[in-house]
Design a protein around this ligand. Structure first.
Ligand code: MSP
Length: 497
């Protein structure tokens, strides 16, 4: 009954943009859903604070790297608060517990013989914080095969992790557990990469590199990706080769650009440590603008604060999770945002709630009729709840939301066809009772995606719900009968174009 979900830890050389918000909102949606069905949830996120890139950003700002990392971590925390993110633990890789975990892991792998001393000679891309072997570089124009930016040459003594030793075990594991890599279409990409042959991975850097000191006689810095991946173990309180009861992660969310680190290096590290592998490693797509990945370096980032301040946090959360099936790329435009907001939120959901509560006021003097569902509606509700459960377990947010919208559409259709404002009192009562009951269930179903909207609906329906005890079941219907509805408020104001 536990659920452990992680986001990548974000590089703090820049303020959070839509790409970072995307993964974190997705993890929040999973966390809230799994809490709602009674699981003990551990939701881990944080910031990746080491490496040349961060040191350079601090230097550019003219402040110490310690001051810089602390200031930027606060920016991230503020953003998550603004976005209603219910994380359990926020890790900063500069914190002591994490540094100790990294050294403990490093030491264990050295003791096992999985880390050994050698010499690295090749290239390094600072923006990607990634080693690139000579064979992957065009010598006449040495640039990073991933991001195209200049690379630097490194020739230094280094400790290596025996990644090559895990080629066969990784392939065998993927054959037996193909579901670990999600979406399924990414599995071949991972498998082919492994089959091309894995090089041992340099896991230390020499010289003045901003990082965790390695537990070796030479006092090198631990390679930033090796340090970063271990945060998932710090979260699970790794010590003396053991973790707490949340291990292994059930779902690890990340963008497709960092799938190889998570689908190859990370599982190999866990195999070397003798720990269980995660349930699902899910790579989502990119938000693009003009078909280019949204990123600070391209200067095409959309500021989430602008969207949240203008259209509300839930409009933003909903758009990101609904617009694109999780796993595929999505092109962002304000036009798309407005269209989605107006049709699904202002029109479908907003109107349903507004019309229904307006009728409760007009026809029943604000007294909510008994919670009631017709047999037909009950069937629909049950199928929606079951499908949402299946789809959220498949990490298919957009499809799960489409299921919930079936119920919203059906209730809107019922209002249109039964016309309670113009029907017999009996029909009016029956219709409004159905709609109020439906809305109360919808308030639970949308809660993982739009918690603020659920809170507003609970207020309007005068339902008292303790948020840490929200449960997804039909018992909410019992809380409705005979109550006076609360003050009506417009949930989503139509955006004028
Ligand atoms: N620090 C590493 C992760 C270490 S995890 C052990 C890192 N950080 S990052 O800040 O560059 O990126 C974090 C996440 O944001 C990645 O999953 C990345 O895919 C995601 N996004 C960054 N830009 C994005 C878009 N434009 N669209 C969607 N997500 C993208 O990598």
């Amino acid at each position: 009954m536990k659920f452990y979900v992680t986001t990548p830890i974000y590089y703090i050389n820049a303020r959070p943009h839509i790409g970072h918000c995307y993964t974190t909102i997705a993890a929040d949606c999973l966390s809230r859903y799994h809490r709602m069905v009674g699981k003990d949830v551990f939701f881990l996120t944080g910031t990746d604070e080491h490496g040349d890139k961060i040191a350079q950003a601090a230097e550019k700002k003219g402040i110490t790297v310690e001051k810089f990392t602390n200031e930027m971590a606060i920016e991230y925390k503020k953003m998550w608060q603004k976005l209603d993110i219910s994380y359990t633990r926020f890790i900063q890789t500069t914190e002591n517990q994490h540094q100790d975990t990294v050294r403990a892991v490093f030491k264990k792998l050295m003791d096992n013989g999985d880390i050994y001393m050698g010499q690295y000679s090749g290239y390094y891309c600072v923006p990607c914080e990634c080693f690139i072997p000579k064979t992957k570089i065009d010598q006449s124009n040495p640039s990073c095969p991933d991001c195209g930016r200049p690379v630097k040459i490194i020739k230094e003594n280094s400790y290596f992790f025996r990644l090559s030793k895990y080629e066969k075990p990784l392939i065998e594991y993927l054959d037996k557990n193909p579901g670990i890599i999600q979406p399924a279409f990414r599995l071949d990409e991972v498998r082919n990469f492994i089959l091309q042959g894995l090089n041992d991975l340099s896991v230390t850097r020499q010289g003045p590199v901003w990082g965790i000191e390695s537990p070796t006689p030479e006092k090198y810095s631990v390679y930033v990706w090796f340090d970063a991946l271990i945060n998932y173990l710090t979260g699970a309180e790794y010590a003396d080769g053991r973790t707490n009861r949340f291990w292994p992660p059930d779902v690890q969310l990340l963008g497709k650009d960092i799938l190889r680190f998570h689908a190859i290096i990370w599982p190999a590290m866990l195999m070397a440590l003798g720990l269980e592998l995660p349930g699902k490693i899910f790579a989502h797509g990119w938000w693009t603008v003009g078909k280019e990945k949204m990123s600070k370096s391209k200067g095409n980032v959309i500021d989430p604060v602008y969207l949240i301040d203008n259209f509300g946090v839930d409009g933003f959360r909903y758009f990101l999770l609904k617009e694109v099936p999780f796993g595929l790329d999505g092109e962002y435009s304000e036009e798309k945002f407005i269209k989605r907001f107006n049709s699904d939120l202002a029109n479908d959901l907003g109107n349903l709630v507004n019309r229904t509560l307006n009728l409760v006021e007009k026809l029943f003097e604000g007294t909510i009729p008994d919670g009631f569902l017709s047999a037909e509606m009950e069937k629909l509700v049950d199928s929606v709840i079951a499908n949402v459960d299946r789809l959220i377990n498949d990490v298919a947010f957009s499809e799960a939301l489409a299921e919930i919208w079936k119920l919203i559409s059906e209730l809107n259709r019922l209002l249109d066809s039964e016309k309670p404002w113009n029907s017999s009192p009996e029909t009016a009562k029956r219709t409004i009772a159905q709609c109020v009951s439906g809305i109360s269930l919808i308030s639970l179903l949308i809660y993982p995606t739009m918690p603020e909207t659920s809170r507003k609906i609970w207020k309007m329906l005068n339902i008292e719900i303790q948020e840490d005890k929200v449960t997804l079941n039909k018992k909410i219907l019992r809380l409705l009968s005979g109550k006076k509805s609360g003050k009506r408020e417009i949930l989503f104001m139509r955006i004028k174009t």
